[in-house]
Ligand binder design. Structure first.
Ligand SMILES: C[S@@+](CC[C@H](N)C(=O)[O-])C[C@H]1O[C@@H](n2cnc3c(N)ncnc32)[C@H](O)[C@@H]1O
Length: 239
């Protein structure tokens, strides 16, 4: 990104974060004029520079996030709203051999980006697929982990959406969510953020309970959810 190449240190981080705000919500927090709350991510080249910036890694701590999730070789991961595959490629390495990490996104440009990324990195277990905004159409019993980073605030009808994911979880399967804290100086405008208590409430309504919370990210909360016993079985077709 032009900003991060020309600036270093704190100033660079601050400007990068401002760009992430725009990436997340299409408007900055300080902005007063009404703007559309959501926008697309069609300009893959532009967003790739932001998502993949080395400055982001300092606060996003992607390797620590993946480590915290304690994935095992052979696990299958669905990274929903994967963007450029920032986490997907790391998941692919964490679940090899035997496991598959799939980056799912509503933007065809992001899906193409991930496919090239997988080829370039020669990661055969790193896949990418285009999905509908209201349903990623995961196969029943197909994933050990569903992961969302800075995505769920873009999803409308979240409770119904989350319910739809239940049949896809293998026994012991989990959903992890990373999203901006209410107190974070960066992130989408307040009206778009999902406070953690609200996220937990919505997940409960969809049939999940929080099982682990991590506190090492400065700007985001990070919660892992598991199906409430019985809820997933009840929703599994044919059971
Ligand atoms: C802020 S980016 C985050 C990208 C990635 N998770 C990361 O951490 O680098 C949000 C991504 O979610 C995608 N997205 C938005 N709504 C979506 C939906 N309903 N289903 C799947 N992807 C969605 C966008 O196209 C975009 O690539």
């Amino acid at each position: 990104m032009k900003i991060s190449r020309t600036l270093s240190g704190r100033a660079g981080i601050v400007l990068l974060l401002a760009a992430m705000i725009a990436a997340s919500a299409g408007t900055a927090r300080a902005q007063t004029a009404p703007m559309p709350a959501h926008h697309g991510f069609q300009d893959t080249k532009r967003w790739a520079k932001i998502f993949e910036s080395p400055e982001r890694a300092k606060w996003q701590k992607p390797d620590e996030v993946v480590k915290a999730l304690a994935l095992k070789p052979g696990d299958d991961v669905a990274d929903i709203g994967a963007g450029t595959g920032y986490f997907t490629r790391r998941f692919a390495r964490a679940v090899a051999p035997g496991g598959i990490a799939t980056g799912l996104d509503v933007e065809p440009g992001m899906v193409e980006y991930m496919k090239h990324d997988a080829e370039k990195l020669r990661l055969k277990n790193y896949r990418a697929r285009l999905v509908k905004p209201d349903d990623p159409e995961l196969k029943p019993d197909s994933v050990n982990l569903v992961f969302f980073c800075d995505v769920l605030h873009h999803v409308s009808g979240r409770v119904a959406y989350l319910k739809r994911l239940q049949p896809a979880l293998k026994p012991g399967g989990r959903i992890a969510m990373v999203d901006f804290k209410s107190s974070s100086p960066i992130g989408p405008p307040a009206r778009m953020r999902i406070p953690p208590a609200e996220a937990i409430k919505e997940f409960r309504q969809a049939g999940y309970r929080p099982v682990r919370e991590f506190h090492f990210l400065p700007y985001q909360y990070f919660i892992e959810f598991a199906p409430i016993p019985g809820a997933a079985e009840a929703r599994r077709p044919g059971r």
